[in-house]
Design a protein around this ligand. Sequence first.
Ligand code: TMP
Length: 186
Amino acid sequence: MATKRGALIVLEGVDKAGKTTQCNKLVSALQQSGRPAEMLRFPDRTTTIGQMISAYLEKKSELEDHTIHLLFSANRWELVPIMKKKLEQGITLVVDRYAFSGVAFTSAKPGFSLDWCKNSDTGLPNPDLVMYLQLSPAQAALRGQFGEERYETSNFQRKVQQKFEQLIQDSSVNWKVRVEEHCVTQ
Ligand code: TMP
């Protein structure tokens, strides 16, 4: 009998929304119920492209805004063969950020349309479910280490949140929104 394809589950939200904690819990719960599951995260900072992204986020290097957007996208594409293989093997992938973060963060910068931002990710494997963890930027700022990396300012996170709120209107994506008071602090 053919192996049942694994599910592709994505968690999205502003920085410090608790995505990593929830991804870990979901992977454990799936594994305990006998379903093979693994976690992935984007950016994957271990690859050559990921290291360029990491240096940019840590403010150790400067990159032009279109360039960094395309690097984030390339970082997803380079993982696609592995993702497809695991899904075909029946492994459910729980992914901490995906193309929605790519679109929300870049389009929060001046001069970027949602459409332009979506283009480079067109054709990536479609998630079966996208959980959006909603957290106000004020709450996010109270959580640990806010402000260390690029983008971690309340002002920018507010813009990102507005972009996510536009993205969750897209009914072709299976969005589930989880509100802040139910989130677990990272
Ligand atoms: P994280 O590794 O703590 O999740 O942080 C990654 C940062 O990069 C976060 O501020 C969101 C941002 N980001 C983008 O700007 N574009 C992307 O495509 C992704 C995946 C993340």
